[in-house]
Design a protein around this ligand. Structure first.
Ligand code: TXA
Ligand code: MG
Length: 299
């Protein structure tokens, strides 16, 4: 784990050029990045995460122009990109033939998920390597997403050579994913902000990686809790105080930024279970509740 600075970016770029993967912060969560045009490097991401290979990855690029080299944009997609990039928006678009994106990145689909991140460390790394970077969240598959370098180190210890530490991520939830004018995964950019609707769960269009059980703590999770039952760790919100609170003042943006850190801490406690206070569904609350439902789901 090394702090963000020019030297650490140069070191990370050398690992990427040699076909390795490194953990790097974005404005949403920490990502595990590798050269998206190098099939062996991408295989290394899947191996480090223990991820099922049917689950495609997001490709990160430095600019809309770079994105147009790997994906085919229509006017609606270009307008979203111009308004919200760099930022926590991922667009699923037809993959451009001959762009060199490894088939493992798209898991064999004819579409590719692409975004231009806003974080200084990820942007510096993209500039240094000059290739698109495939990067899923930097956690073992199915476990809680990382919003701090320490979360990455705990989840992937010994499986990756380098974690660039640049503090807690700002948004705290993975990017909003849009395909064909519908939101596939709610995120920091809300339906209201984008002027789009969220695809019905289980509808015709779904993100292949949107498994019901995801972001799952080891301990059982109980939602909508207004008090603590015996042996539980209570994560509060607003008027519901707990062992910890997502936001005592009931601020949803603050709650989103703190959600995964709160789940990591609850899971590291010696409690028998994790209870979470109700979070309103408005605005980014929809994305918070999406992640909480997945955390609570047991197959
Ligand atoms: O904020 C983020 O998006 C973070 C940071 C690191 O950029 N990345 C992230 O990646 O959350 P990951 O791999 O954990 O989630 C990628 C999601 C999965 O649900 C996957 O199924 C979906 O993107 N996805 C990727 N390619 C897709 C495609 N061609 N069609 C539909 N969904 C796709
Ligand atoms: Mg993930």
């Amino acid at each position: 784990m090394i702090p963000y600075r020019d030297a650490s970016i140069a070191e990370a770029a050398a690992v990427i050029r040699a076909g390795g993967c490194v953990a790097v912060p974005t404005e949403t969560v920490y990502g595990l990045a590798a050269d998206a045009t190098d099939a062996r490097a991408v295989a290394g991401i899947y191996a480090a995460k223990g991820r099922p290979s049917f689950n495609p990855l997001i490709v990160h690029v430095a600019s809309l122009a770079d994105a147009e080299r790997i994906a085919v944009f229509d006017d609606a997609a270009r307008s979203l990109a111009e308004r919200f990039w760099p930022g926590p928006l991922t667009l699923v678009l037809p993959v451009r033939a001959g762009a060199g994106i490894a088939a493992l990145v798209t898991a064999g689909l004819d579409t590719v998920a692409v975004r231009v991140p806003a974080h200084r460390a990820m942007r510096a790394l993209l500039a240094a390597v000059g290739v698109p970077l495939a990067a899923p969240s930097a956690n073992a598959s199915g476990s809680i997403s990382p919003t701090r370098a320490a979360h990455v180190a705990a989840s992937l210890a010994g499986r990756i050579p380098l974690v660039i530490d640049d503090g807690a991520t700002q948004a705290g939830l993975e990017s909003t994913i849009v395909q064909g004018g519908r939101i596939l995964r709610p995120g920091p950019l809300t339906a209201e902000m984008l002027g789009l609707e969220t695809a019905a769960p289980g509808g015709a269009i779904t993100a292949p990686g949107q498994l019901a059980s995801h972001y799952a703590p080891v301990r059982p999770v109980r939602l909508g809790a207004v008090d603590r039952r015996a042996g539980e760790w209570l994560i509060g919100f607003g008027a519901v105080a707990g062992d910890d609170s997502l936001s005592p003042g009931g601020d949803l943006t603050e709650a989103a930024a703190r959600l995964f850190d709160a789940l990591h801490r609850a899971d590291a406690s010696d409690a028998l279970g994790i209870a979470v206070a109700p979070v309103p569904e408005r605005g980014i609350g929809a994305a918070i509740n999406d992640r909480l439902r997945r955390a609570a789901h047991r197959d």
